[in-house]
Design a protein around this ligand. Structure first.
Ligand code: F6P
Length: 314
């Protein structure tokens, strides 16, 4: 099943887990519509044709949802009865940490083992350096920032570009560095607008004609910074909120490969008899982490990336 915000890479992960679990002798099922589908019994045995021709598609063919009903015991009980009816004894969930916590609660209630594959463009799941969908989202952002740069440079304007990420600034930081932005504001880093003004004014005095500022949605600074640039730097400025285009698009090679690695690891984890494990990629190696070890942790951002971004905040 896929759950929470959709992310590119979910489809290759679905394909891999179905094909590989069948190879090991299991009978895989598909849960449609995420947690909502577990409750409403949108569950069916997986056919090979369900997962052929899906590798290159963005989003999730299983569809996804965020279900408030799953917080209530009676609905979780309904979900358990549905699984029993189909003879399903283990679950693989491709999604974010909210979905993992929901299935952890489900395990406490009914002892249905699960394995979690991290997938969210926000890259904010603790314990792993990488979540499916991030590379595709970054490439989507890069493509759009490159286009905006063309018009910014032609028209001598500043563009403030807001990226997604919820409370996490990873997408903004990685995009600012790789797109050559002049400014980057994220929740993780303190910024000094007066210092930014001094730096940019000097650049403008030396002939700078346009500028790009990337702000993470978690800062809620898009509008303010756009007005600030007009007022303080006397440069015409526009705000572009990239929005949901960041969630779509054909998964990149990196997302497809990571989907296969996480997918095989998830099936292997359940096959070994483990439960409540999240597949992670940390400091260059793959492993599994029990979900309780992630509780209360926050996702850390690569300290090198943070250092590279600091000059863009002052
Ligand atoms: O978690 C993924 C994400 O795209 C966030 O970056 C964003 O804040 C949120 O989901 C948007 O949610 P929705 O699709 O419900 O508007």
């Amino acid at each position: 099943m896929t759950s929470g915000g959709d992310a590119a890479g979910m489809n290759p992960a679905i394909k891999c887990t179905v094909d590989y679990s069948r190879m090991l002798g299991y009978k895989p099922y598909l849960v449609h519509n995420g947690l909502r589908g577990l409750i409403d019994d949108n569950i069916e045995a997986a056919k090979s044709s369900d997962v052929s021709g899906i590798l290159h598609r963005g989003g999730t063919i299983l569809r996804s949802s965020r279900s408030k009903r799953f917080f209530e015991y009676e609905h979780r009980q309904q979900a358990y009865e549905n699984l029993q009816k189909h003879g399903i004894s283990k679950l693989i969930v491709i999604g974010g940490d909210g979905s993992f916590r929901a299935l952890n609660q489900f395990y406490s209630d009914f002892k249905v083992p699960f394995a979690g594959i991290p997938a969210t463009i926000d890259n904010d799941i603790p314990g792993t350096d990488y979540c499916l969908g991030v590379d595709t989202a970054l490439n989507m952002i890069r493509q759009n920032v490159d286009s905006i740069r063309d018009t910014a440079s032609s028209f001598s304007r500043a563009f403030v570009i807001e990226t997604m990420g919820r409370h996490c600034g990873y997408l903004a930081m990685a995009s600012a560095v790789t797109s050559g932005a002049e400014v980057c504001l994220v929740p993780e880093l303190e910024y000094d607008l007066e210092a930014i003004q001094r730096r940019l004014q000097k650049d403008i005095d030396n002939g700078r004609q346009f500028l790009i500022a990337i702000v993470a949605e978690g800062c809620q600074m898009g509008d303010y910074l756009t007005r600030w640039i007009k007022d303080k730097l006397k440069m015409d400025a526009r705000l572009t909120i990239l929005g949901h285009i960041q969630r779509g698009g054909s998964p990149t090679v990196r997302d497809r490969l990571m989907a296969f690695k996480f997918g095989i690891a998830a099936v292997d984890s359940l096959h070994r008899g483990e439960t409540n494990k999240i597949m992670v990629y940390k400091s260059g190696s793959y492993s599994t982490v029990p979900i309780h070890e992630l509780t209360g942790q926050t996702a850390g951002i690569d300290p090198i990336l943070i250092e590279i971004c600091k000059p863009l905040c002052r």
